[in-house]
Design a protein around this ligand. Sequence first.
Ligand code: GAR
Length: 229
Amino acid sequence: MKKRVVILISGRGSNMGALIEAAGDPACPFVIVGVISNKADAKGLAAASSLGLETKAITRDDYPSKTALDEALDAELTRMRADIVCLAGYMRLLTPALTQKWAGRIINIHPSLLPLFRGLDTHNKALEAGMRIHGCSVHFVTEGMDEGPIVAQAAVPVMPDDNADTLEARVLRAEHRLYPLAVTLVALGKARMEGSRVVLSGVGAEGVLLSPGAASDEVDIESLARMTP
Ligand code: GAR
């Protein structure tokens, strides 16, 4: 039985698009059953709707408090019978009540090699720190911002002439490959949250780290693709 995935977005939704595309493969172990945004005018929401997906805006303006908003979100996730909730550029912090209720079933993608560079502006932060590699992480969501047990990471090189835009573009390409593969691991039960760690089963070390080729800005996903059944 395919796992039912609901995607939460706030903006353009390119990672959402990568998940939708992956779910189009008949062999994919998950199906996208809905997209929810906290911004009514999010470009990704219109895109998902035009693809025939069920969409819903649940915005702060409509609720008296963050708690009330998250109660509405919880009700919607329950109504959609979500097995897995994927944050894909969902730019607000969930309340502890929600993260605790959905613990082990909510994951997020963040554009840095966590625990480095939480929050915004990660590409400038990586450049300012003089990093030679940068990347993205998929992690289970806990109470804190951009923290929680890491499922999978992808690394990309930082080129000498990079600026934040060129680096962001390279990381985003890695995100689009990493997120579907990480959701696949979770959907298959191969990556599970246990306390503060992710327990992997049936996955080699190469399955959770996508590393750059020596002179390339592409990540090597072949090894990860091989471990799916
Ligand atoms: C992505 O880079 C994602 O990693 C980041 O927002 C962008 C959303 O782009 N998320 C965070 O920074 C979470 N802290 P998208 O809407 O095109 O997927």
